[in-house]
Structures are given as C-alpha cells and as structure tokens.
Design a protein. Structure first.
Length: 461
C-alpha cells in the first residue's frame, strides 16, 4: 500500500482527536445516565407490580373472586387500563377477565402460576398489538378453592419513554460532538497561531539576513526550545557562509598566484627567442608551480572528502614511537640544513590509520620547521591516557599572537602573510580534518617569541 504524499496537518489531527475524545466521554456519560434511568424505571415498575399482586392476593383471599368479576366487568371497551387480569377456577375455566383480554393475551401465553411471593421472579414480557406487557401468574386460595390469577402490566408508556429518551440521547450526543468539533477548531486555530506567526517570521529570513534572530522571549514556552535551536542554526549558517566566502576568496588568491607566475614567465619567454637553458628554466619554474597547484588541489580534495565523511579509514594498533621516529628521520635532512634538532619522548600503542597518522604528524613537523629559527629545537611527546593517546609537537619558534589562535585550523588562514608565503595555509586544516576523522581533537597553544605546541588526541577505541 502506498503512503499518502499529503500528510494530515497537525490542526486536523488535533481537531479530530479532541472531537473523538469529547464524543467518547459524552457517549460514556450519557450511556451511564441512560442505563441508570432505565434501570430505575424498570425497578419502579416491578415494585408497583409487586404491590399490585399483594393487593390482589389479599382481596381474593378475603373477598373471593366475585369482587374482581364486578370490577373487571365495569371496564369499558377501549378504555386504557394499566393492568389486565384474568381469574381461572380450579377446573381451568375463566371466571372473569378484562374485556378483550382473551384476544390480546391468551391464557397459554402466561408463565406457570406460582405462589404470590415467587410470581414476580417468573415474570415474562410479551408484545401484542403494538403493546408491551409484563406477564405474571400466581395461585391463591379463596373459600377453600385454589384460583389462578393472571396479571398483565401494560408497560407500553414506559417503552415509549425509553425510546424518547434514546432519541434525546442521540440528539444530545450529536449536538455535543458538533459543539466539541467547533470548540476544537477555535482552540486549535488559536493555539497554532504562534506557529503561523513564526512561519511568517522565518519566511523573511534570507541569505542576506542570517544575522537576524527570532528570539525566544515572545513565544510560548513550548516553542522557545525551537526558537533557540533555530537561532543557533542561523548562527552556524552565518558562520559557515562567512567561512565559505572567506574560503572562496582565499582559494582564488592561492590559485591566482601560481597561475599568474606561470603566465608571466611564459609571456616573457615568448617575447623573443631564448636559449635552450632559458626555456628549460622557464619549464622547470612552471613545473614547480604546477606541483604547488597539485598539492593545493590534493589537500583540498582530502579535506572535502573528510568533511563529507567519504574518506576511507583503516585503523589498527601500532607502535607510535616507531612511527614518529620514522617521520622525524624523513625530515631530519631539512632540520640539519636549518640546524634544528628534533627529539622524541614517550611511547605507547596508538589506534589509528598509519598513513593518515604519518600525514598529520608530518604536516606538524613541516610547519614547525618553517617557523623555527636556526639552532632551535622541536620536541615530539607521546603520552597515553585513560581514553585517548596524545601526540604533542612543540617548537621554540616565533609563536602566534593570541588573536590568531581561534582561526589557525581554518583553511588558507595564515597569521602573517609574509611568514606563510611558502605554504598555502592548509597544513593545520588538514591535520584537524585527520584528527576529526578519527573522532579525536586538535588544540594549539602559542606565545609570541616563545614557541608553539600543537596537541593531537586519538581515541584508544
């Protein structure tokens, strides 16, 4: 079965549920009231019938059947009577009966006669000529003879009252349901009015108005968490748009420089004939700029894949000290040229992707070598904690000013353009992406003139 593409609105669901709940409660209440009224009327009729049977039994026992014969003979045809009676002698002959009773209620319809005290328990309902009768029969002695009395109580009026009450019940129930639906519509519309106002408020927010906030004080308490979350989302979006704009500008600047260099050198080389050595020099310079562009593109692609969680990662446990010493040995030649010493301390097993770990630590070493003066030093410290493994790379270089520290892990961000002319500003961004891919964290501490320390933490599991 295909699901509907147009789900029901919250207002419709609230109105429906409110109406159904009100209808259910109203039906239960009216049903209980109806049952109580009907039972009370039934019990009252039985009580009246019991009193009537007791009176008839006393009269028959004291005065004989003649009294009833005179009384029944006085009832005229068509006259309404609440009780129809028949007296039968011991031989089974009818002594007296209400006029027309033989046609309306035959003798055989009545239940078996019992003692007056037990007759009501054997009561029987019988419908005839659109009338409802309650039939009882009992035996009583009079003047030494046993007579049988058959009494039919006319309950047609009670039945009509019951029908009228049931009709009134349905009318009240229908009116209550309609009133409940109307109240639900009014209450729901009033209750959802803040949502409509919020929708209008949000509709005014565009790419150029991300700094606007809808606030939380003016909204109902139930909507305040939503407004707070939405304002925080706008703040994150504004920050992302700002970073994206800055990233686009920085990327254009970084790509423009090598392209401009290649274009300028090529144009100069074409102004006149050159020697083979000059052409070779121009080509080599172009190749160097292309390699720089290639490194920038590769790093950007890697960072983009990490952000999209598409970069494959294969973790395993390995000796962190051995991996760090291998990386340090690779950069030792560059360090010797600058008379910089690289030292390692600590040990332990780390759980990470070896290639990505080597790339992250290598970027930190390369960055430290570029900013560490001659005869300086770089320390790589390894330490294992309860839940993570830490790698700290420290140098005694020029340091970074405090106002730049919050952005050093941003792409293309360089604290000083003159100092970062040899790089593209992607080294620390790439390091942070690798650590984030492992579920760890990267932090930096620096003081101008005293050096910088970058700490990477990798979860142990």
């Amino acid at each position: 079965m295909r699901k509907s593409n147009n789900p029901r609105s919250i207002a419709f669901q609230l109105i429906l549920l409110f109406t159904l709940a009100a209808a259910l409660l109203l039906a239960c209440g009216l049903g209980i009231f109806y049952s109580i009224v009907i039972r009370h009327a039934f019990a009252e009729d039985n009580a009246v019938l019991a009193d009537k049977l007791s009176a008839i039994s006393t009269d028959l026992r004291e005065n004989g059947p003649e009294v009833f014969a005179e009384e029944l003979a006085a009832v005229r045809a068509g006259e309404h009577t609440p009780y129809w009676m028949r007296i039968i002698d011991p031989d089974g002959r009818t002594v007296a009966e209400t006029l027309g009773m033989d046609r309306l209620i035959p003798i055989q319809i009545f239940p078996v006669a019992r003692e007056p005290a037990l007759a009501l328990r054997n009561r029987k309902d019988y419908r005839s000529a659109a009338k409802l009768f309650s039939l009882v029969a009992f035996s009583e002695n009079s003047n030494g003879h046993a007579y049988t009395l058959q009494v039919a109580q006319d309950r047609s009026s009670d039945e009509q009252v019951e029908k009228d009450f049931a009709f009134l019940f349905m009318v009240v129930l229908a009116g209550g349901v309609l009133a409940s639906a109307l109240i639900a519509i009014i209450v729901t519309r009033r209750g959802l009015r803040p949502l409509r106002e919020m929708t209008q408020c949000l509709g005014r927010i565009g790419p150029n108005h991300l700094k606007e906030h809808i606030g939380s004080a003016a909204w109902p308490r139930e909507l305040q968490p939503l407004t707070i979350a939405f304002d925080e989302m706008l703040k994150r979006l504004d920050d992302s748009f700002t970073r994206l704009s800055q990233f686009s500008a920085d990327l254009a600047h970084e790509l423009r420089t090598p392209i401009a260099n290649m274009l300028g050198e090529a144009q100069v080389a074409l102004t006149r004939d050159r020697t083979a050595a000059e052409y070779r020099e121009t080509i080599e310079s172009t190749v160097a700029e292309c390699e720089r562009l290639s490194r920038i593109v590769d790093n950007l692609l890697f960072v983009a894949r990490v952000d999209a969680a598409r970069e494959p990662i294969t973790r395993k446990r390995f000796d962190a000290r051995a991996a760090v010493e291998k990386i340090a040995a690779f950069y030792q030649a560059v360090a010797d040229d600058h008379h910089v010493t690289i030292s390692c301390s600590g040990h332990g097993q780390i759980y990470a992707d070896p290639d990505l770990f080597e790339r992250a630590v290598g970027n930190l070493l390369d960055n430290a070598l570029r900013f560490t003066p001659e005869h300086g030093s770089i320390q790589i410290a390894l330490s294992k904690h309860n839940t993570d493994f830490e790698v700290a790379v420290s140098d005694n270089g020029c340091g970074i000013a405090a106002e730049h520290l919050p952005r050093v892990f941003d792409r293309f961000y360089r604290a000083e353009s003159s100092r970062g002319s040899d790089g593209a500003g992607l080294g620390l961004a790439l390091v942070k992406s690798i650590v984030d891919l492992h579920g760890g964290s990267a932090t930096i501490q620096s003081e101008v003139g005293r050096g910088t320390t970058v700490r990477l933490t990798f979860p142990l599991l």
